[in-house]
Design a protein around this ligand. Sequence first.
Ligand SMILES: [Mn+2]
Length: 244
Amino acid sequence: MKPIIGISCNQRKWAGEYYLRTDYVRAIVENEGAPLLIPINQDSKVLMDSLERCEGLLLTGGGDLGPDFHQNRLPLFLENVDKERDWFEFGLIKVALKTGKPVLAVCRGLQVLNMALHGTLYRDINTELLNSGAHQRDSIGYEASHVVYFKENTRLFNIFGEEAFVNSAHHQGIKDLGKGLIIGAVSADGLIEAVEGEEGFIIGVQWHPERLLHIPPMNQLYVSFIEACRNKVKTGLNNLVVGC
Ligand SMILES: [Mn+2]
């Protein structure tokens, strides 16, 4: 049996549609996982029952987390905010962490993961982080645009080695690291570009590896995630989640 990977979906509320970029499904299917798309909803029992059937959770990219999730409540610089999606994914990550399932969190997903473990975010790295460099250089994300440097003794270092060229399409980022997380990679300007759990398989990356699958380590990240799901690797961060 292939491990079932729950994937969080986005929505176009005005059109009455849920949607998901095809790259995520391709990255799971081509690496021996079975995707289960989870649409935005606020029913906590539905979230729990959906994830119970999954071996792991893939949190996807998207717009900015809304003002509910920022300590600095000024609404400036927030783009494509969807409050329903914020609370849906916050609910999903809480269930995944509480039940100890492997998590791969991409771009916005990394920010959701960090918030769920009591971390904080830059609302806008270009105004809040001096010399932050250009992280929005490539809005489509099929080409790498800046380097990240991996920390030794991490799962990410084992996959990527010392450094990698990554794509970048974000203007927010991690300010204070969440509890139970360690830094996996930083960019040249010092911004945290990847995190992982102190134990188990929890990985968050600020870039989009599923849009760079032709680069072997990017695909290997998905391979390792699906392997952890198949082996039911437990995380042990269950007592650190916000609202426990
Ligand atoms: Mn970046």
